[in-house]
Design a protein around this ligand. Structure first.
Ligand code: CP
Length: 323
């Protein structure tokens, strides 16, 4: 494993499978009698959030605490960042408090690279979402969820047909998923109106389509993306109603997918826009499971980046047996 996790491009298929296998093992261990594992006792994880988050921030905090790390939560809102303090000074302040790992979410693409490479901090840097660039732990938890449902929870995702639908232009989730899923052997199709596809998308290792209806019968995993209104400074489609009519997942569309197919969404959801409420709440939607898998996947990332090994988990099992 590398020291930092900045992008899914940092991961080989072996690295990704190691993280998924470790997450599975940690999930099993933390539902046993030893819910809290001692692996990161004495280590400090700093959550550095310059942009809003519910799922990622809370699950990194839960993950670090379940591994017995000390956690410092920093939100830019209400901090000295609002008085103009720079990323460098903020990072050096946190470094002085002894961070072994810094989890960073930032509106600027590339901010985690700056943090990792500028020498301001000594610990591992984990990208929790930077601008429209990358969200590697989201892609890992998505791959984990697909693997559990569609590949018996082991190995890679060879031949899995994944369709990612919606606001690809602004989506770091789509970028990270395309990289990770193709590394793991899946076939990825991106479906969006032409205005919501980035320039150069034809170079990505994915099939491009403008029609959701064409792909429903041949999809194993359908990932609906949020329309990111907060990143839009002009009109990208005629109206919300028109967008939903062509790209929204309704019950009628879902009924045209294979019986085994699952529906994912990274959240937060715009109910009634990219996904109908009854679809989001249906048994085929694994959205809440994605959140649950986010905790164990992030436990695995923290554990492996801070020096743990898959075989080291065996010691925990021994400790559990003698506890
Ligand atoms: N999926 C995701 O990143 O959600 P949050 O913005 O709530 O963290």
């Amino acid at each position: 494993m590398t020291r930092h996790l900045l992008s899914c491009e940092d991961l080989t298929a072996e690295d990704a499978i190691l993280i998924l296998d470790t997450a599975k093992r940690l999930g099993e261990l933390s539902t046993g009698p030893m819910r809290k594992l001692p692996t990161l006792r004495g280590r400090t994880v700093v959550n550095l959030f310059f942009e809003d988050s519910t799922r990622t921030r809370i699950s990194f905090e839960a993950a670090a605490k379940r591994l017995s790390a000390d956690v410092i939560n920093f939100a830019a809102k209400g901090s000295s960042v609002e008085k103009g303090e720079s990323l460098k000074d903020t990072a050096m302040t946190l470094e002085a408090m002894g961070a072994d790992a810094v989890v960073i979410r930032h509106p600027a693409s590339g901010a985690p690279y700056r943090l990792a490479n500028a020498g301001w901090i000594g610990g591992s840097v984990i990208n929790a979402g930077d601008g429209t660039h990358a969200h590697p732990t989201q892609a890992l938890l998505d791959a984990y969820t697909m693997r559990e449902h569609l590949r018996s929870g082991t190995g890679d995702l060879q031949g899995l047909r994944v369709c990612i639908v919606g606001d690809i232009l602004h989506s770091r989730v789509a970028r990270s998923n395309v990289t990770l899923l193709t590394t793991l052997g899946a076939d990825v199709t991106l479906v969006a109106p032409p205005t919501l596809l980035p320039i150069g998308v034809e170079e990505w290792p994915a099939t491009i389509s403008y029609s959701l209806d064409d792909h429903l019968p041949e999809t194993d995993a359908l990932m609906m993306l949020r329309v990111q209104n907060e990143r839009m400074n002009s009109a990208y489609f005629p109206s919300a109603r028109e967008y939903s009519r062509r790209y929204g997942l309704t019950s009628s569309r879902m009924s045209r997918m294979p019986e085994h197919a699952i529906v994912l969404h990274p959240g937060p959801i715009n109910r009634g826009m990219e996904i109908a409420s009854e679809v989001a709440d249906s048994p085929r939607a694994v959205i809440i499971e994605q959140v649950r898998n986010g905790v164990i996947t992030r436990m695995a990332v923290l554990y492996l980046l801070l020096g743990g090994s898959e075989s080291g988990l065996g010691d925990l099992v021994d400790e559990e047996a003698t506890a």
